[in-house]
Design a protein. Sequence first.
Length: 377
Amino acid sequence: MGWFRRKPKDHEGPPQDAAPVAEGQAPAEPEAPADAAAPPEPVTAEETQAAPEEDEILLEDLAEPEELRKGLFRRLRERLGRTRQALAGGLSRLFSGRRAVDDELLDELEELLITADLGVDTTMGLMATLRERVRRRELGDMDRLKAVLHEEMVRLLSAPPPPARDASPWVVLLVGVNGVGKTTTIAKLAHRERRAGREPLLVAADTFRAAAAEQLEIWGGRVGAQVVRQQHGADPAAVVFDGLSAALARQADTVFIDTAGRLHTKVNLMEELKKIHRTAAKKLPGAPHEVLLILDATTGQNALSQARLFQEAVGVTGIILTKLDGTAKGGMALAVAHETGLPLRYLGVGETLEDLRPFDAQAFVAAILGEEEPPEG
């Protein structure tokens, strides 16, 4: 059955800047971030630009499920064109004219995987498996070698399903450095919630970057989600405390918390995120229920260091990979999954609200290896 437009509830508009939090309202935290009074970062034109106009896409307007799935796979192949050219093209050249899987071939394959952004450690792990299977005479030809490479890549990227939603509101903390697309990704997540019949609420806890709250309000208005915010420079933990209070009072189903994204090498940002995490847990036991790290797919191996630092600070539970365009370094997804053990939850494959898709390991590997059709499933 096709999707239908849900009539938004008669909410009032997004709340205006709140008055300072009364004493005792937010949990006392003696270790306020040392950079709380730091001057705001310059605002780029991209950050202040209003959300682009986008046509609303409804499921009833789309093709049949199988055709839709094939269309999504074709888009994924296009978005991973750089990685596909490196891997699929390299494999084709490597295997051309060869019949036997020998040590020379495996050495060249190892080099190819490293140059395709899989990283040294991930490549070494894959090659150890392949060499062991060659030793056991399980890889007799090129087709079998490529099939096993596919299987091992899928195994690296496979993960258990997301946690069951056993709390209301369900609180999701979004973290990541500046420029990875946190705010627009939050809007896409909220849009998915609305399409699922749930009420999302957005919390503008990035009070450091000028215009961050305003940008979130623009997106909140587009997707029909209320936004809780305070004035620029407010304590982010206090904003989170207010946001969870509002979510409980308004019976929101899901809370998405936007956070600052200054350079991940700055200690003060990580301390601020830890404080937000503690505040959420004090206000609502068990919160945040998910901590999703947003990574830019064009950054390659630098994304791995980001994942490690955010994981250490706030216990990341999943990754959203954004900016899958022609320059995306898709191989880094395997490196991050292998070296951190974190599951990929979503892929950002475009600019519209519909272009955030649950991660599919089989389709992702098929796309980077140059397969022409999506895997069965």
